[in-house]
Design a protein around this ligand. Sequence first.
Ligand SMILES: [Zn+2]
Length: 375
Amino acid sequence: MFFFLTVIPCIKMANSEFPLFKTKVEGSSKKFNLSDPSERREYFHLKAGPEIEKIKTYLEKNSFIAYLLGKKNSGKGTYSKLFIEIFGEDKVAQISIGDLVRSVHKAVASDRQQKKSLIEFLEKNYRGYLPIEKAIDALLGRDLQTLLPTEFILALLKREISKVGKKALFLDGFPRNLDQVSYSLFFRELIGYRDDPDFFVLIDLPEKVIEERMKWRRVCPFCQTSRNLKLLPTTKIGYHQDKKEFYLVCDNPVCQTLAGRSSEMIAKEGQDLGMEGIKDRLATDADLINKANSLYGIPKIFLRNSMPADQVKDLADDYEITPEYSYEWNEAEKKAVVIEKPWVFPDDNGIDSVSFLAPPVVISFIKQLVKILNL
Ligand SMILES: [Zn+2]
């Protein structure tokens, strides 16, 4: 268990705190297709086999809590999913606070029994200034003037944690409107709730990556699978002759049945506002990460999404880097031709950089985790 001793004033996070990491293995020239689950398994084994075994042994009898801190679109969900893929759903779980509040809202709004059981839990576990009934009104949106209190979210979180049981846990999301003192108290409360090691996972990624992820994001209207026209296409590409526009076709065979034809993935509403639309959100996220980084007494794992292009050759393999895709229409064969090339972009300091696919970032996570847990 770790305790916070002091809270120091907010400092700006230096990029240098996010160390460059090496995933290149000498003497191995095998290329992996990292979007294929079985190749991915082999890849993880090659690049972090001993570390994975150590963590597996650790998870037989122990657990941990990882607090994921990264800006919107930083890949928190993806990293947790890959970790769960490696170590198993019976050993690892992920809780997103946003999803949790939404699902409790849904359950309480539609089911008296669920509401009763929530109130019973809150009567034992909630310590806050707002009466339980009022807090539930705020949750259900009946009282729009009252913000959902942090203590209430904390209680919901504890309830969810106790439901998950003794598994390693990835927590994604935090109350946004906290000052430094309540922020530190928030974590202290959670830490005291379960007696196992915990740590922050701070994710650093250039705004350019966030921007391109958002700009080219396409979602299947049927199964909600999300891909990216520029950075993460599906296997089949469609083309609108009239608009001269390419689009992604959902790979999920179920969706093609539902659509009665190829199901076109589409941009989400609000996405066209671009970076301007999420500027405030990004600033709050950055502030939150800085606050977390300035907290003493809790170990930290630093994950970086990008690396200067001129250093990456010695440290990583080509297939670990996110390529960019563009398309051309072949009129004779009536099909789209996919063009793949290296994606180099300026990072926040204007340095030409490349962005990693998720699996190598998870390798970096696993290696740091072994150190933090002293395995
Ligand atoms: Zn679909």
